[in-house]
Design a protein. Structure first.
Lengths: 554, 471, 325
């Protein structure tokens, strides 16, 4: 068996503000062996990033290591003076971060940022370091290293930046690489490439990896050993095989249960939420289907002396789709594919350049203000970010009421108040929530309020713009259950915009795959996911890490 | 209520409107948790409470000095039975410190001095003439032998003042503790002890100590001022302390009214530009770029020169010198506001541009909420913190600007008491031997104190209100 | 790039027209030339003849916009608007109300202004950045806390105090430098020391505090953590990475005022008796010479617009992320 490389014992880290102390990491212990990939899994706020920063001793100023020990290659890191710790950083232990966009210095050339670490630890000359940096860029599979080495970070795509980050981290052949959610900010196809790259480089360099992530599917793909964190404590440590076949701890089971998957279609994710069956579907006699034809949104590019329009950015370029009543249509694509623009231009929040949207026999982009107001009640939207989608200066009650008032759904003030209370109950919140402010609620609760706000005007169609992608998987499960429940009860249709394939597989009836402003493939979910026709769909699906959640014996 | 016929100067009215506005804002904010929370943070910071107490003293003087009236004539013409009023306009503050106001000397005298600054030829009882420093008419007039008695007398007065201060302080603290114990249902001694608690949420010990120091300064100062010219007298023998105190109102008026006058423009134009964009944005941007491109001092200079011409042409339009000076003060506020609204307008435009793309504004649009309602419900409440921060941040800069402008003769009316005018006239006397330093020192000290605590207060307020500052 | 600069220069035209209209309204419409003449001549009993003479001497006798008495184009040309306002566009400032050639005066007086303003700016910048870097290095310690308190105290002191106090201590008590005066050439330096020093000290509080904020903001960014994770020492982090990013807002903030340095400082120049454009303006204000004030307003506006343009260009120079289009 390989030797122990990193040994963490009873580590406790606290955040101190003037008024209170928050224990982010509470007495955790683990070991990483040489060449091993150790995954630390948990939801946001579980303390996994703080653990990583404690190991490399780069905690923010408000944080304090209270107790415990960290031994790396037999040396006690917490006892080292800062000078010696600096010798270890970048050479013995390296780290890559979640946000490649902001993690590189914007005004220093990429090459300089790589050579800096080589010159620091391996006393290379500038010339030697540059040669080595070119090799490294080649090793992280950056095309044309001799060109890229003299560019600035903003000239590179997100995936390229993360490769540069990896090159920096691996420059001095560290024994341990800490990867803090290295692929979370990347599209799934890029994620697959980066994970592949890390895997290959690990074999090549023989280093150990402390891999921090919230994504169980990624863990399954990369990890040798898994530790699950919850509220600052490691609740379970197992080998990959054990964890993904028979996890030990209840919390691990909960995480698996919350994962959406094709196999769980038609059943609620969290049993405790709504019992085991959906309520009987309301009659959806309404046979209106929202029709989108050849929708296009172009943004002009202006150049030259008089700012003439010299071309267009075709954000959406001829999209046609249908949203049948009571059904969920998923719009899938990677960032920049134009899916959000489609959603907003259906609602006339963005004026489309070409094409038409028809609903109940009306062309939504041609009708006058009063007719539009009528239609606004039929079409509603739920946004991605639960923090920016509510006015922080308004009470939750006022927020939910706003649409009812603006569209004159209920004129009587008392009736309106009762309706707000009813809506809060429907989305599973307390009655007294209406007298509180949004900042008093968690992300998941906020998203419930947003759903209540949309529901308030009795819409027929809700456009859900990535409503769960900012949420933890257990909260996502609650929201998906809620949406399913509401659909079954009121026959609402959803246009569900997402990049998450397993949510599509679990949640949608139909799916449209978007790529560079166009829909490349659409059809029934089983058909598209099971037997993709288009090249891009195939590529997308093969990039998604596969995970079949273990099933707990009853 | 006033001992005479009230006079309402325009700046008086505006400053009380402002006070009313601030009071009602706080009454409103106290009921809204998200508005109350940042102010709670201000009250919890040490720098916050200290500067609030000091600023309160300044503002109180400024407000008392903003209640103007024509005093009753003391010896009216014999043939009249009606009450007659003097043509002069004084304020409640003048009435309170009437001793200082009336006690003029012939010319300069140093602080605490018993003698004039300049030698004079005096005819003695035996008829001979000698060149001596004559005794002051009022300062230290109660002493027989100033050079032997003065030190003891000054110390004695300080002691009396200190005792009075301690007495008032103790009474205030006891009353406050009684209130606290009644409100929080704690025993009186416990409540009293919290006033000296250094670790409580609101820094009560700091509050008590600051209050004590402020009272001490006020009481000792008052005691001294009753017998001496504490800060000396100026060229025409007017008490410098009185001038410095009277200048407080000028500074406070310029610091607050300027922003008050420009804020409505900045809000309306800034939000309109950011919200409607298109040609409205172009026009408003053009407007503020143009105004901004004229150097501020020159615009003020040009405007004040024109005002001079206008006033000399329409001299008959002003009932009294006081009113004329007041008009000029208001005009100065307006023109200073004109040169400073562009900054706030630009900030508000940028913030509105950001907000209109934020999801909750989009959600309102999806409900068909009209533009005006969106602005009032979603934009305005979310940019108000910028307005408040600007209000406090600009204050100290404006107080300092007044001094500089008065120095170039484009500030307030030369007849008006202001620190700038004091410095301006004192500057010319710097060449004298021994040097006449007290006017200069007094104005600079009073101005420094106000500006320093305003700056500290502004820092605390910004930290509390600005969402970008991490908490 | 060229297209951008040309477009920006074209955009300056409507702004300058706006400035021109503002000054014209202020100087000729709110008050008529008659009012000015009365004001200038001072006495209560001025005769109409005296006023007319005063106006004719200075070219204020024409009508404002349209001269009905003239022929053809001249009916527009022989107006105050044409002679006094439109001419500014070709930098023809004309003569001052006391009869001197304004353009000539400006060309003479800008050099002393620059001799004060440029060293003041450069030294001030250097000192403030150094202090701010030091404070940032000791962030969240007592050094930081007290440095900020001192900065706030320094910026609460009136600039008049710095000048009067500086003149008193350095010139009168210590007698190390002359209190005021000016001389061109190398021996003139002794006259520059005091105003430059006082200018630097007077500005140090606010700029140090501002730069500190910029540095601290920069130090909280993700890339700094990356650099630290490489094992780079804190000084190198500050100098190689943080400073370079922080200089972008600092330098571009300075560029906008560069052209305005020509205008000199009103207060400093008048206190130290420096024959620059600042004291020129002050004298004009005190003598109520409207022609000079008008010219300086226009000149200031032009320089400000140049400053804005230079700011945009400087962004492309110092920030690789910015491309003009």
């Amino acid at each position: 068996m390989a030797r122990t490389l990193l040994q963490v014992r009873q580590l406790t880290t606290e955040f101190r503000t003037s008024r209170r102390t928050l224990t982010a990491v509470n007495g955790i212990s683990f070991e990483i062996r040489e060449g091993q990939t150790f995954a630390l899994v948990g939801e946001s706020g579980s303390g996994k990033s703080v653990t990583a920063l404690s190991v490399i001793r780069l905690l923010p100023e408000a944080a304090r290591l209270v107790s415990g020990s960290i031994h790396f290659e037999g040396r006690d890191l917490l006892a080292l003076p800062e000078r010696e710790m600096r010798d270890i950083r970048g050479s013995g232990i390296s780290m890559i971060f979640q946000e490649p966009m902001t993690s590189l210095n914007p005004v220093v050339k990429v090459g300089r940022q790589i050579t800096e670490v080589l010159m620091r630890h391996q006393s290379m000359s500038a010339k030697q370091a540059r040669e080595r940096a070119l090799d490294l860029l080649d090793a992280v599979r950056i095309p044309q290293p001799s060109y890229t080495i003299d560019t600035y970070a903003h000239e590179l795509s997100g995936g390229m930046k993360q490769r540069v980050m990896i090159a920096i981290a691996l420059a001095c052949k560290p024994r341990l690489l800490i990867a803090d959610e290295p692929t979370t900010a990347l599209d799934v196809t890029i994620q697959a490439q980066v994970l592949d790259l890390i895997n290959d480089l690990q074999e090549q360099f023989g280093m150990a990896i402390l891999f921090i992530t919230h994504d169980l599917a990624v863990v399954k793909q990369v990890a040798d050993h898994v530790a699950v964190m919850k509220e600052g404590v490691i609740v379970e440590q197992s080998s990959n095989e054990v964890f993904f076949s028979a996890p030990q701890h209840d919390y691990s089971w909960d995480l698996f249960a919350a994962l959406p998957a094709m196999e769980k279609r038609g059943k609620p994710l969290l049993e405790r939420n709504h019992g085991s069956h959906w309520p009987t579907a309301a009659n959806t006699t309404q046979d209106d289907t929202l029709q989108v034809r050849d929708l296009a949104v172009y943004f002009p590019i202006r150049k030259g002396l008089f700012k003439r329009t010299v071309g267009h950015v075709k954000a959406v370029d001829g999209v046609s789709l249908e949203i049948p009543p009571g059904k969920t249509v998923a719009l899938v694509g990677e960032s920049g594919s134009g899916k959000t623009t489609v959603g907003k231009s259906i609602l006339r929040l963005i004026q489309p350049t070409l094409g038409e949207v028809t609903y109940q026999g009306m062309r939504l982009h041609e009708i006058d203000r009063s007719q539009l107001l009528e239609q606004r009640a039929n079409l509603q939207i739920v946004f991605q970010d639960p923090y920016s989608s509510m006015n922080p200066r308004m009470l939750v009650g006022q927020i939910i009421e706003e649409g009812i008032k603006a569209l004159n759904v209920i004129v009587d003030a008392e009736a309106r108040r009762l309706r707000v209370l009813e809506l809060l109950k429907q989305v599973g919140l307390d009655k007294d929530a209406h007298l509180r402010y949004p900042h008093e609620f968690s992300g998941g609760q906020r998203q419930r309020i947003c759903i209540a706000r949309a529901l308030a005007v009795n819409p027929k169609i809700i456009i859900c713009d990535e409503p769960t992608s900012a949420l933890d998987v257990s909260v996502q499960a609650q929201i998906l259950d809620l949406l399913n429940h509401l659909q079954a009860r009121y026959g609402i249709s959803y246009l569900f915009i997402t990049h998450n394939m397993s949510v599509v597989a679990y949640f949608a009836d139909r799916v449209a795959v978007m790529y560079q402003g166009r829909i490349v493939e659409q059809g029934e979910v089983e058909q598209v996911l099971g037997n993709p026709q288009h090249e891009y769909t195939k590529r997308l699906l093969s990039a998604v890490p596969r995970l079949v959640p273990p099933v707990r014996a009853a | 209520m006033l001992p005479g016929k009230p006079v309402f100067l325009l700046t008086d009215i505006l400053i009380f409107v402002l006070v009313l506005g601030i009071v009602s804002f706080f009454a409103y904010a106290m009921r809204k948790p998200h508005l109350r929370q940042p102010w709670g943070q201000v009250v919890r910071s040490r720098a916050g409470v200290i500067s609030m107490i000091v600023l309160a003293v300044y503002v109180a003087i400024a407000l008392l000095d903003s209640l103007h009236f024509h005093p009753v004539l003391e010896n009216p013409a014999a043939d009249s039975t009606e009450v007659q009023y003097s043509g002069e306009v004084i304020s409640v503050f003048d009435q309170l410190v009437s001793g200082l106001r009336a006690s003029t000397e012939k010319t300069y005298s140093a602080p605490f001095s018993a003698h004039l600054y300049a030698k004079e030829t005096v005819q003695q009882a035996d008829g001979t003439r000698v060149r001596v420093y004559p005794r002051l008419a009022w300062g230290a007039a109660h002493l027989e032998e100033p050079h032997t008695q003065k030190t003891a007398d000054i110390l004695g007065l300080a002691l009396t003042g200190a005792l009075k201060a301690i007495l008032v302080w103790a009474v205030l603290l006891v009353l406050w503790a009684l209130y606290l114990s009644a409100r929080t249902a704690r025993a009186f001694p416990v409540a009293f002890r919290t006033l000296f608690d250094g670790h409580s949420e609101v820094p009560w010990r700091t509050v008590s100590m600051t209050l004590g120091v402020v009272l001490l300064v006020l009481m000792v100062g008052a005691e001294w001022a009753s017998k001496y010219h504490v800060l000396g007298t100026d060229k025409v023998g007017e008490d410098v302390l009185y001038q410095a105190l009277k200048s407080i109102r000028t500074g406070v008026v310029i610091g607050t009214l300027t922003t008050l006058l420009m804020v409505p423009f900045a809000i309306v134009l800034g939000i309109m530009a950011g919200f409607f964009r298109g040609w409205i944005d172009d026009v408003i941007q053009y407007l503020y770029t143009t105004l901004n491109s004229v150097p501020g001092v020159l615009l003020i200079a040009a405007a004040v020169l024109m005002l001079n011409v206008y006033m000399s042409k329409h001299a008959e339009a002003f009932a009294s010198l006081t009113q004329r000076a007041d008009m000029r003060l208001l005009f100065l506020c307006l023109i200073l506001g004109l040169t400073s609204w562009t900054g706030l307008c630009r900030l508000l435009r940028a913030e509105t541009l950001k907000l209109r793309a934020v999801d909750f504004v989009q959600a309102a649009t999806a409900f068909g909420v009209g533009p005006m309602q969106t602005i009032f419900r979603h934009i305005l409440p979310n940019v108000m913190h910028i307005v408040l921060i600007t209000l406090v941040l600009d204050f100290s800069g404006l107080v300092l600007a007044e001094a500089v402008l008065s120095y170039i003769n484009i500030g307030v009316d030369p007849t008006m008491n202001s620190w700038g005018n004091m410095i301006n006239s004192a500057r010319l006397e710097m060449a004298r031997e021994p040097i006449v330093w007290w006017s200069l020192a007094a104005s600079l000290f009073f101005m420094f104190t106000l500006v320093l605590f305003a700056n500290l207060f502004a820092d605390v307020v910004r930290d509390a209100l600005d969402p970008r500052v991490s908490r | 790039m060229i297209a951008y600069i040309v477009r920006r220069a074209l955009y300056a035209i409507p702004i300058l027209i706006g400035v021109n209209i503002i000054t014209f309204l202020l100087f000729f419409v709110v008050n008529t030339p008659d009012d000015m003449a009365r004001m200038f001549l001072g006495q209560k009993h001025v005769t109409e003849v005296q006023i007319e003479d005063w106006k004719t001497e200075r070219g204020y006798h024409n009508p404002l916009f349209y001269n009905a008495g003239a022929e053809g184009l001249d009916s527009f040309k022989e107006t105050i608007f044409y002679t006094k306002s439109l001419r500014l566009f070709v930098f023809d400032f004309g003569r001052s109300d006391s009869g001197r050639d304004i353009s000539f005066d400006i060309s003479q007086r800008m050099w002393p202004s620059l001799a004060i303003a440029v060293p003041q700016l450069l030294i001030g910048l250097l000192v403030a950045i150094t202090f701010a870097l030091l404070i940032a290095f000791f962030r969240a310690t007592y050094i930081d806390y007290w440095a900020v308190v001192i900065c706030v105290a320094l910026m609460s002191i009136s600039s008049l105090f710095y000048i009067i106090g500086g003149q008193f201590v350095m010139g009168k008590l210590l007698r190390v430098v002359p209190i005021s005066g000016f001389e061109s050439g190398i021996f003139g330096i002794k006259f520059l020391i005091l105003p430059v020093l006082i200018g630097v000290v007077g500005g140090i509080g606010s700029s140090t505090r501002w730069y500190r904020t910029i540095f601290l903001e920069e130090m909280n960014k993700d890339y700094v953590r990356t650099v630290r994770a490489k094992g780079i020492a804190e000084q190198t982090v500050l100098f190689r990475h943080v400073l370079r990013n922080a200089l972008i807002p600092i330098l571009t903030g300075v560029v906008v005022i560069l052209p305005l340095l020509f205008m000199g400082s009103l207060i400093t120049e008048s206190f130290f008796g420096i024959p620059g454009l600042g004291s020129y303006t002050i004298d004009a204000i005190n003598r109520q010479d409207f022609a000079i004030v008008r010219s300086m307003v226009f000149l200031g506006a032009v320089l400000y617009i140049i400053g804005l343009l230079l700011t945009d260009i400087s962004y492309t120079v110092v920030d690789p992320r910015v491309r003009l289009s």
